[in-house]
Structure formats: C-alpha cells, structure tokens
Design a protein around this ligand. Structure first.
Ligand code: FAD
Ligand code: UDP
Length: 381
C-alpha cells in the first residue's frame, strides 16, 4: 500500500503529527506502533475492577500554552482537576512543592513565622525558588538551616531513588520542576490550563486518529514492515539511539516498575499523590480516582519503583538530563541531520528531552507548521 508518511510511535508526538498531516494536508499516513494500543505512555484503560487507570504511570495534563490546550480541546472535553501532592517528612504529610503551609506543618508556629518572614524578605511572595538555588543563596543562618532541611528531607533520597544520582549531579532543571514555593497555594502545578481528559487519554487518542487518511498498525515494530511499505517521508518518535543501532553507544534512560493495588475502600489517601522521599523503595503512590473523579466501588492505586533501564527488558521512561549524555545525544543528532529531512525525529525519546505531554504536543504542532508545511510549500513551488 502507498502512503505519504510513515510515522513510528502512537504517543502524543506521533498521533498529533498524524492528525495534522491527514486533516490539513490531506495526505495518507501509516502510523506504526509496537505496543498493542495507541496513546504511548499516556494510555489508560479500565482495570478488572472497573477503575480507569494509567498503565505507564499517572498522567496529569497541565500547560501554559493556550494553543496546545485549544488544539487538544478539539478532541476531548476536560474534567477540571488541580493535582495535589503530599510528601511524608518527619512522619507528617506536608504539601509538595514545599510551601509556607509545609513550613507551618513542620515547625513550631513562632519559628515558622520567623522562617516565613525571612523567606519573604529575601525572595518575595508568590516566588518559586529551586532547591539548588536556595542552598546557594540563603542569606541568614535560619534560611541556610531551612534549605538544608528541605534538601535532606524532600530532595536527596527521592532523587537518589528516582535517578540513582544526587540532585547536583543532574541538570538543575530536574529538581527545579518542583521548586520551593513561597506561597500558600497547595497545587502541584500553577499552569493556566489544567485538567484531565473527560473520557480518558485513550478516548482522546481515538478521536485524534479517527480520520480516513490515517491507518494505524499496532503490535508492529517499524523495522518489520519498512521494506514492504511505500512512503515518501518518515517521522520517528522512538529512542534515537535505537534508530541508529546504538552506533555511538547507548543513551542512558531511567525506567520504572509499577505495582498496581486494588482496595475495596472508597479511597485510601486524601490527595492524588503521596510522595515518600525517605521511606520505602517506591517514590510515590498515586490513587487514580482522585485524578479522574470516577465514582465506583473500590479504588486502585499505583506504587512507582524506579529501576535502571536495561534494553530489551524494560521501558526507557526517562531520558537522563545530564551534560555528558547531551553530548552523546548530539552525535545522534548529527546522524539525523545526515538524513536531510527524509526522517524527522521528534518526541521525548527521539529528542532525548524530559518533555511533559504539553511540550510533546507543542513540539509536534511547531514541527508541523515550521518544517512539514514549509517543506510542502517548497515542493509545490
Ligand atoms: P511516547 O508516549 O513514549 O510514545 C512513543 C511511542 O513510540 C511509544 O508508544 C512506543 O511504543 C513507540 N515506539 C518506540 N519505538 C518503536 C518502534 N521501533 N516501532 C514502533 N513503535 C515504537 N507528562 C505530563 O504532562 N504530565 C504528567 O503527569 C506526566 N506523567 C508522567 C509519568 C511517567 C511515569 C512518565 C514516564 C511520563 C510522564 N509524563 C507526563 C510525560 C509523558 O508521558 C510524555 O511527555 C509523552 O508521553 C511523550 O509523548 P511521545 O509521543 O513523545 O512519547
Ligand atoms: N523531587 C524530589 N522530591 C519530591 C518530588 C520531586 O526530590 O518530593 C525531585 C526528583 O528529583 C524528581 C524531580 O524533582 O525526579 C521532578 O519531579 P516530578 O514530580 O516533576 O517528576 P515526574 O513526575 O516527571 O516523575
């Protein structure tokens, strides 16, 4: 069969590109996915107890990009949802990101007053300060104590569990995702647009891909069919080192093992996620009914156990943001450039970037507009 495009991977990056190409350029797309479902790591399904769960870990949608929100809103309605996380510190569950409420939960009121006052004086109100920055900049002995306290109790062991690295061994952007927030706002994200797809992510993907120009082939590694399919151009959203047969060595990834547990209670925890920086081998527990708002008997929650990525054995969930790996990624990027646009690389694994879902969508939309449409204009001219 003849196609204009072969797209590898039915996650957000591949599915959005397929939708744009099919609907805006009226070209035919073969979307090939090695798993037995669409949706990539955002895939959700109803478990045997009837609870809507996320197979590859909890996914909460949030963005400041209006164009991304508006675009996805063509394919789903939203359930308003503001994610909340508590972290177990010194035996208490306190808001994460660590904020002024966390401070008052952990310290005697007068000392908390004094620490809050000093934080406000040095950094201002409603300001987010990454832990590594506060460690370097805390001006008074009290704030230095607080910075070290938060580092030791919230970041150090969690980061070691999650990455097998200390916070300062990773790109500072990693721990800056969860800054100290000088505010009383207990939400995990402050983005302008936040919510969960009303009928779930898989339904959103079904709508994205419901177009006569898109054919989806599941359970298929693209290498199995590449010699049999006729196509003009290719988009690849899998791991970039794998595409080039690891010719420069393997890019490192971090993996996870998930333990799903069902309980007959209505709910087992008070918020969507509870983080365990210092106890247990798992980093966090997320209870899906908080996210989805589903009303049903019983509840299902998930424990996340970080583990090393071993090719062929588990899934490369996280690129590891570290300078030395960026240099290795650049070698693969140069190989990609040699293909002169015949294969386009994009997505969390092909760009080797710690993208959230909205960033993957934004990347796909921008690629479509700037590279694919302009390429089309050149061809036509
Ligand atoms: P993917 O979703 O990984 O899709 C790539 C697809 O390509 C996969 O389905 C894969 O099977 C397929 N593929 C790879 N190689 C081949 C091949 N050779 N042949 C055929 N198919 C192939 N983001 C948020 O915004 N909010 C969250 O709360 C959030 N939580 C997360 C929690 C976890 C545990 C993880 C791991 C990620 C989370 N993310 C979250 C990030 C989100 O999952 C990604 O941003 C998004 O999935 C990236 O989409 P993608 O299409 O680039 O990649
Ligand atoms: N982090 C931490 N303690 C926490 C929460 C986060 O040390 O209680 C650090 C850890 O290094 C983690 C990073 O901040 O990997 C980013 O956290 P986020 O919740 O954004 O991770 P993700 O949801 O992408 O796994």
């Amino acid at each position: 069969m003849k196609f204009d495009w072969l797209i590898v991977g039915a996650g957000f990056t591949g599915a959005v590109l397929a939708e744009r190409i099919a609907s805006q350029l009226n070209q035919r797309v073969l979307l090939v996915e090695q798993r037995n479902h669409i949706g990539g790591n955002a895939y959700d399904y109803y478990d045997e107890h009837g609870v809507l769960v996320h197979q590859y870990g909890p996914h909460i949608f949030h963005t400041n990009a209006k164009h991304v929100w508006d675009y996805l809103s063509n394919f789903t309605a939203w359930r308003p949802y503001y994610h909340q996380v508590l972290g177990v510190v010194d035996g208490r569950q306190v808001p994460i990101p660590f904020n002024l409420n966390s401070l008052y939960d952990l310290f005697p009121p007068r000392y908390a007053d004094s620490l809050a006052e000093q934080l406000l004086q040095q950094y201002g109100f409603n300001v987010k300060v990454p832990i590594l920055k506060i460690m370097d900049s805390a001006g008074s002995p009290d704030l230095q104590f607080l910075a070290k306290y938060i580092y030791d109790n919230v970041f150090q062991s969690y980061t070691l569990k999650q990455w097998n690295l200390k916070p300062e061994e990773l790109s500072p952007a990693v721990t800056a995702r969860v800054p100290i927030y000088i505010s009383r706002d207990d939400r995990y994200f402050q983005d302008s647009y936040q919510g969960m797809p009303k009928l779930g992510y898989t339904a959103l993907f079904q709508n994205l891909l419901n177009h006569p120009n898109i054919k989806v082939l599941l359970n298929t590694d693209y290498r199995e069919i590449i010699d049999e399919v006729q196509y003009q151009r290719m988009v690849y959203t899998g791991p970039i080192d794998s595409f080039f047969d690891h010719m420069h060595g393997e890019l490192p990834y971090r993996s996870l093992r998930f333990n799903f547990i069902h309980d007959t209670s209505k709910l087992v925890q008070s918020v969507g996620t509870v983080n365990y920086p210092n106890e247990y081998d798992y980093t966090r527990i997320t209870e899906f009914k908080h996210l989805t708002g589903q009303r049903c008997h019983g509840t299902t929650y998930i424990e996340e156990y970080p583990e090393p990525y071993v090719r062929g054995e588990n899934i490369p969930y996280y690129p590891i943001p570290k300078d030395e790996y960026k240099a290795l990624f650049r070698q693969y990027q140069q190989e990609a450039e040699r293909l002169q646009g015949k294969v386009i690389f994009a997505g969390r694994l092909a760009d080797y970037q710690y993208y959230n879902m909205d960033q993957a969508v934004a990347r796909a939309l921008s690629l479509f507009k700037k590279t694919i449409c302009e390429g089309e204009a050149d061809t036509v001219a």
